[in-house]
Design a binder for this molecule. Structure first.
Ligand SMILES: [Mg+2]
Length: 148
């Protein structure tokens, strides 16, 4: 199982009215509720993480491990969604990956990007769409896990 994970609007809620808070590594703080919820999903599903955020190429895998660890998340594995040149939407990137992966693993997609509502039904069932201003919450995670 793999968690296709966005960061902005998921782990870092978008709060237009104030500047994000950063930790010493220069990356924004994750919301405490999002940390709890993501760890719960990882613990329940034994899933690794595949980053789909636009920040994914800014850091190495080792740096990503350190970023997650510093924020209290024990990630079993971290990988990065391959780049799709000229992709206009997150939906396009995800569909390209799905269509070009020989054996698509079981996955959960956590993102605040509404373009993903346009995914085909069987893939949309694996989408946990967050509100960008609230991010991932324990309630959302529980509801989602209950119907998997
Ligand atoms: Mg986002």
């Amino acid at each position: 199982m793999i968690i296709l994970l966005d960061i902005d609007g998921v782990m870092v809620p978008a709060q237009a009215w104030r500047q994000p808070e950063f930790l010493n590594d220069g990356f924004p703080v994750f919301a405490p509720g999002a940390v709890e919820a993501l760890q719960k999903i990882i613990d329940t599903t034994n899933a690794g993480i595949m980053l789909i955020t636009s920040h994914r190429f800014s850091y190495s895998i080792d740096e990503w491990h350190a970023i997650f660890k510093l924020r209290g998340i024990n990630a079993l594995s971290i990988e990065i969604l391959p780049q799709l040149k000229d992709a206009k939407t997150r939906k396009e990137e995800i569909l390209h990956w799905l269509n070009n992966t020989v054996q698509v693993p079981d996955f959960i997609l956590i993102d605040d990007d509404k373009s993903l509502n346009g995914l085909p039904e069987n893939q949309k069932a694996r989408l946990l769409l967050t509100s960008g201003s609230l991010g991932l919450t324990a309630d959302l995670a529980e509801q989602f896990l209950a119907k998997q």
